[in-house]
Design a protein around this ligand. Structure first.
Ligand code: NAP
Length: 309
């Protein structure tokens, strides 16, 4: 097996450690590749969502694989990679349960406004005799999942014990799914109290949740997003929250990460996490293992373990 494995900058230690132990020859790609580096590169490792453009792919003439550390590969020009015979791999399934856990945690935290009521206690207002504001119940609510794929279905399974109703929208109905199907994001939003986004990011879902969908969710509605920040029109979300046209939002992803708009940071009924859906020791180890397996397979002429197409 020959060739250089280029690494996107900033990959986590949980991935770098097994990569270093794999015996592969590694180099971080900082800016455009130097001529020698470009000639030698047979693999490129990136985060889910980080860019691998057609121009970059074209600048690496011996590239065989782009290995994405994550399930979402919206930053990669997959069509161009395929046309150049470059395999794109991701890390599906191994992170599904963790991301669904976070979605459930955000849902419960947002409905019960835990940061707000905890602040009420910590700031001494409870001790001073002031009652905490009322929040919203989580049981027996109408839940909607936007994107009933691997993660969406795992979220729906976690919602079942809450005893409410569950509905969903994907571009087509999922055979055998025991939930009501709606044929648009807007009609789903109209029918539910809590809308949970679990679609991929990228151009096909860009601002799928816009001002109209948020208006359909209504002033008692809650939005949860563990997918990609770009799926939501962030400006419309901020306007809806600050004008009390939405009860609250639980967000793990943002339009321009790691920047989070001040209006969201300041909002008492926003629960915010720094894109940590898959960030547990166990899942990050499984994701890293899959990245290394895909690299070793493709670089030794074997089929990829988890190609995206
Ligand atoms: P998946 O199995 O491919 O599920 C995606 C679902 O979205 C499918 O049901 C798909 O159904 C639906 N969908 C796609 N395009 C749509 C559109 N335009 N409108 C409505 N529905 C659409 O993927 P997954 O493994 O569940 O992962 C989902 C996403 O979660 C990833 O792509 C990633 O962006 C995000 N994620 C976030 C984190 C985090 O840390 N927060 C971690 C992992 C993943 P149809 O094709 O039938 O429409």
């Amino acid at each position: 097996m020959t060739g250089l494995v280029l690494l996107a900058p900033g990959l986590p230690d949980s991935l770098l450690t097994p990569l270093r132990a794999s015996g592969l020859s590694l180099q971080t790609l900082d800016g455009a590749p130097a001529l020698e580096q470009a000639e030698a590169a047979s693999a490129y490792v990136v985060f889910g969502g980080s860019p691998a453009s057609a121009a970059l792919i074209d600048s690496l003439p011996n590239l065989k694989i782009i290995a994405v550390h994550g399930v979402g590969y919206d930053g990669v020009d997959v069509e161009h990679a395929c046309s150049r015979g470059v395999v794109v791999t991701n890390t599906p399934d191994v992170l599904t349960e963790d991301v669904a856990d976070l979605a459930l945690a955000l849902t419960l935290n947002t409905l019960r406004a835990l940061p707000m009521v905890e602040h009420h206690l910590r700031s001494g207002r409870w001790a001073a005799g002031e009652r905490a504001p009322l929040t919203r119940r989580a049981s027996a609510r109408r839940y909607g999942v936007l994107g009933l794929g691997r993660i969406g279905a795992a979220i729906a399974r976690r919602l079942e014990p809450l005893g409410g109703s569950i509905a969903y929208h994907s571009r087509r109905p999922v055979a055998g799914a025991p939930y009501a199907y709606y044929d648009s994001a807007r009609s789903l939003a109209e029918a539910v109290d809590v809308l949970i986004i679990a679609t991929p990011g990228g151009p096909t879902t860009d601002r799928l949740v816009d001002a109209e969908v948020l208006a359909a969710l209504g002033p008692d509605g809650v939005l949860i997003n563990i997918a990609r920040g770009g799926v939501v029109d962030e400006g419309a979300l901020i306007a809806a929250l600050t004008e009390n046209r939405l009860f609250g939002a639980g967000l793990d992803v943002f339009a321009h990460e790691p920047r989070v708009p001040q209006a969201l940071l300041d909002h008492p009924r926003c629960v915010l996490t720094p894109h940590v859906g898959s960030a547990t020791v166990e899942t990050r180890a499984a994701m890293a293992g899959l990245v290394v397996e895909n690299l070793l397979a493709v670089l030794s002429g074997q089929p990829a373990i988890t190609p995206v197409v």
